[in-house]
Design a protein around this ligand. Sequence first.
Ligand code: NAD
Length: 485
Amino acid sequence: MTTPAAVSKLNTDLFIDGQWVPARSGATFDVVNPATEEVLAVVADGAAADATAALDAAVAVQAEWAATAPRERGEILRRAFELITERADEIASIMTAEMGKPLAEAKGEVAYGAEFFRWFSEEAVRISGDQLLAPDGKTRYFVQRQPVGPCVLVTPWNFPLAMGTRKIGPAVAAGCTMVFKPAELTPLTSLALVEILAEAGLPDGVLNVVNTTDPGEVVTAWMTDPRARKVSFTGSTPVGKHLLKQAADNVMRTSMELGGNAPFLVFDDADLDVAIGGAMAAKMRNMGEACVAANRIYVQSGVAEEFSNRLAEKMGALTVGDGATEGVGVGPLIEQKALDKVVQLVDDAVEGGAEVKVGGDRPAGDGFFYNPTVLSNVSSESDLMSTEIFGPVAAVVPFDTEEEAIALANATPFGLAGYLFTTDLNRAFRVSDAMEVGMVGLNTGIVSNPAAPFGGIKQSGLGREGGSEGIDEFLEVKLIAMPQP
Ligand code: NAD
C-alpha cells in the first residue's frame, strides 16, 4: 500500500489554542487502513489533562468570539468551504484511506460536508430576534439570541468530514467556541479540516481538537466541567444515553444524533425501477454504514420476489475492493469487530430460514470486506431486523396490507429515517404521517441535505442539524424587559 501524500503531510498532534501539541503523556495511537489492515498514521493520544487544557482555551476566547461580527464568522466559514472544495481530492484520499469508502463516495461526502459551511456562512448573518409589548402595554420585551457558550462536539467514524462540519458550521456561525473529539478510528480527516479552518482565519482557541483512545476519560473531563454549556453528539444510542445522564448533572444543552433502524416500505403500486434505485442508495451508500441506511426492507407480497431478485442482481454486480482503486463500488467495513457482527447477523438469519439471493459471505484476503448480500423471507424475529446492521446486507420481508406495513415500520424504539415507495398520492401522505421517524424518503433513498433539518425521534435523538433549525441548537434566547416611558 502507498500512503496517500495528503496523509503523510498531516500534523497529527492535538490542536489546542491554535497550536499543534503532543499529548502531555507523549502517548500516540495507530490509525489503520481498513482495506489493507496496515498502519496509515500515528496520532497523539490525549487524556483528561489535555482535555482540560482544550476547554481552558475555548473558555478563554468565548466572550471575544461571541462579540465578533456575524459577517466575519460567516466569511471564515465561506473561505473554509472554498478551501475544502479546492482540496476535495486530497481530503477524499485521506477519508478513503482511514474509513474505506470508495473514492467517488468520499468526494461526494467532501461536497456534502463542505456545503454545511456554505449553508451556515449564510445563516450566521440571519440570526434574528423579536420584539413585543406586554398585554397591559406597560413593558416592552426584546427577545435576542446569543451563543450558548463553549460546546463539546463528539463525532462518529462513518462520515468523517460531514459529521464534523454539521456541528462546527453552526457553532462558528452562532459564535460558540468548541472542544472537539473526532472518532478514534478516523481522526485524520478532522485534522485536515482543522488545518483548513485555521487557514480560513478561525481565531486561536475557538476550535480545539483532542483525539484519544479513551473517549470516556476525555469527554467526561468536559461533561463534568460546568464551563462547558452544550454537548452535540453523533453516534450510538447507548453512548448518547450515557452523555445525556452526564449532561443532566451539569444541566447542559444537548443535541443527540443517535442510531437508526430505518424501515424501507415498497407497495405493490410503486414504480419498481425507482424503488430499486432508492434501495441501492439507501442500503449501499457508505457500505451500509449509515445511520439512515435502509435496515428493514418490507415489500408488499405481490412484488416481493421480483424486487428481491432485481436488487440481488444490482448488488451482486458491484465490485468489492480497496476504495482507492478505480471502479470499486463497495469498500471494507470499518474494523474486524464490525465485520464479525455482520457475519453473525447474516448467519443467524440464514439459520432462521432466510434465503440468500446473493452474497452471504466475505471475500478471501486482508481487509474487513463483506460481499453485498440480499436475503429474502427474513423472519421478523431475526436479530437482523432489530439491530443496526451497518453493512452491505439487505434484508427483505414481505407484507400484505398497509396497516401491517405501518405496524412493522414502527415496531422499533428508533425513529431516524424511513422510506416509502408508492405512486398513490393519498397513500404517500397517509403512510408518511403514520411513520414514527424524523425524516421520510418518499420515492427516494436519500433524505439528507444541509438546507434541511436532519434528526430523529424516539431513541434516535434530540434536536436537528442543518436547515434553519441547525443554528438554533447553538443559541440561547435572552429576554430584555424595559418599562414603557
Ligand atoms: P459510538 O457511539 O461508538 O461512537 C461515537 C463517538 O462517541 C466516537 O467519537 C467515540 O469515541 C465516542 N465515545 C465512545 N464511547 C464514549 C464515552 N463513553 N463517552 C464519550 N464518548 C464516547 O458510535 P460509532 O460506532 O462511532 O458510530 C456509529 C453509530 O453512530 C451508529 O449507531 C449510527 O447510527 C450513529 N450515527 C448517527 C447519525 C445521526 O445523525 N443520527 C449519524 C452517523 C452515525
